[in-house]
Ligand binder design. Structure first.
Ligand code: GLA
Length: 389
């Protein structure tokens, strides 16, 4: 079956749980995805990242789940996730060892693919640490893709080589369904901004069956993680929390507009109302999941400040346009989008009716241009319908 016609949606354990992952957490996450409506909104993959196995393979060269973290084994856990109507994902690495130094897939690709198929795995994230220096990385993704595509089960192949070795020259041809294009995200605004800016003009390779993965979401983490490198666990004041919420909205809107897979990274068993409002925003999800997944056009506001105020738009399947305005400046700023830039001459006699995807309401019909003051690190996301004026 062809997988990843649209950007994959799901949850991944790494951002919050890191080394502290276990079957109880995964079961609880699967339960919460159903209970909180994430499954109904389209999130389907529950993915265990690094640190799930023992330090050595067994005598037959097979991977072994850590018996303390996963006492029931992976087949039982996959069955549980499947019983909730969700899909089950795991993690390995193209190198000899994973990034956290557990056994990697190098030269065990076919036996591992068979193991994953036997366990009922539906998704494999494949990292790039500890790759033997003189081995060609593209070859390793080709090899694992071949093994997965012939293991008797549909397994979505999520490559994670951080954009190294000119990933976009070869990744689509390997058979991978998504590819990490950046180093790791952390729960902070400067990193969100940095990742988004680094990919704004790198979207032309991304599309159905092979999407640019801008890394797992930090929406809803609010500084909480078992990995202090990802989040510092500092107490946030009310004001800091509110600011973070604005930034998470911008982060989610950017990833959605840029057709990134949306893999939730917070603890979905315990989400704040703001977090739910963001992750369950159907208007934003619809923009990410539009059947045509068109590459957005990115236009900086001023030629001499290309990375501060961003206007972005893309055509949607029904004739509408998704429009995103993003304020990367430290302070509020006015962002103006002349419709002329989108292709609409004023004399044509049309305007755009704008629907605000965060307020969930129509805000009016505009001709010639739209202009709005956007708060610090904030955004606006609209669905625009062309109307006669
Ligand atoms: C790398 C990846 C991360 C995560 C860790 C696990 O850093 O980029 O997403 O999988 O490894 O060790």
């Amino acid at each position: 079956m062809a997988l990843a016609a649209k950007p994959p949606l799901g949850w991944n354990s790494w951002n919050t749980f890191s080394h502290e992952i276990n079957e109880e957490v995964v079961r609880g996450v699967a339960d919460a995805m159903v209970r909180e409506g994430l499954k109904d909104a389209g999130y389907e993959y529950v993915v265990i990242d690094d640190c799930w196995s023992t330090r050595e393979r067994d005598e037959n060269g097979r991977l072994v789940p850590d018996p303390e973290k996963f006492p029931s084994g992976m087949k039982a856990l996959a069955d549980y996730v499947h019983s909730k109507g969700l899909k089950f994902g795991m993690y390995s690495c193209a190198g000899t060892h994973t990034c956290a130094e557990y056994p990697g897939g190098f030269e065990h690709e076919f036996i591992d693919a068979a193991t994953y198929a036997a366990w009922g795995v539906d998704f494999l994230k494949y990292d790039y640490c500890n790759k033997p220096r003189y081995v060609d990385g593209a070859m390793l993704y080709r090899r694992m893709a071949m093994a997965l595509r012939n293991c008797g089960r549909d397994i979505l192949f999520s490559a994670c080589n951080w954009g190294h070795d000119n990933t976009t020259d070869w990744i689509r041809s390997t058979g991978a369904h998504m590819y990490r294009s950046t180093g790791d995200i952390v729960d902070s605004w400067p990193r969100i901004k940095e990742l988004a800016l680094s990919q704004m003009h790198e979207q032309k390779y991304s599309g159905p069956y092979c999407f640019n993965d801008m890394d797992m979401l930090v929406v809803g983490m609010y500084g909480r993680s078992f990995n202090s490198w990802i989040a510092d666990n500092a107490e946030l004041t009310e004001e800091e929390r509110a600011k973070r919420t604005t930034e998470y909205r911008t982060h989610f809107s950017l990833w959605a507009m840029m057709n990134s897979p949306l893999m939730i990274g917070c603890d979905v068993r315990d989400m704040s109302e703001e977090t739910k409002e963001i992750l369950l925003n159907r208007d934003v999800l619809a923009i990410n999941q539009d059947v045509e997944v068109r590459t957005p056009f990115v236009s900086p506001h001023w030629e001499d400040q290309p990375e501060s105020l961003i206007r972005m738009w893309k055509p949607l399947e029904n004739g509408d346009y998704a429009i995103g305005l993003f304020n990367f400046v430290d302070g509020g700023a006015r962002i103006t989008l002349p419709f002329w830039d989108m292709g609409l001459p004023t004399a044509a006699g049309y305007g755009f009716k704008l629907y605000d995807c965060w307020k969930h309401e129509e805000i009016g019909v505009f001709t010639e241009r739209f202009t709005e003051v956007v708060e610090e690190h904030g955004c606006r996301l609209y669905r625009a319908t062309l109307v006669k004026v």
